[in-house]
Design a protein around this ligand. Sequence first.
Ligand code: 4NP
Length: 165
Amino acid sequence: MNSTTPINKTSLLFVCLGNICRSPAADAIMHKIVKDAGEEDCFLIDSAGTYGGHAGSLPDPRMRAHGARRGYVFDHHSRRVTADDFDRFDYIFAMDDANFDDLRRLAPTIEGRDKVLRIADFFEHYQMDCVPDPYYGGADGFENVLNLLEDACEAIYKKIKGGEL
Ligand code: 4NP
């Protein structure tokens, strides 16, 4: 391969409601996993929200503070999911069932709809059916989000590398 050969990147989009707590955390956690593996060039990773009310905002300060304690920098600017996302990304991970249903409704094509997956289906160490929304809760909720996302993102990375996804 020479420097002009395009790399076929695996593209992952993480989606929650506001794109200020869960999905920007997932985005940064997955970035760190691929960076630590020296595979940044092989992946396109992003996040978005089904609700656009926080568009342009940095992640919630509570989410940023909890992430920083584990060494993450959460600096994504919130954006709403677009129709193009269903074309641009290989896999779209919904944080909960409401996100999953909204994404499937928003998908402009059947192919796009079939890219929508529940992130909870990738938990290896937790028996949960979603990444619960921490927005109206306390510190435990934000720690829970990080625990669940670290587990799921490691599993997603392993599955992609193992050809299972
Ligand atoms: P997120 O959390 O979906 O994980 O980003 C929320 C952020 C904002 C709101 C709800 C959940 N909100 O109601 O504004």
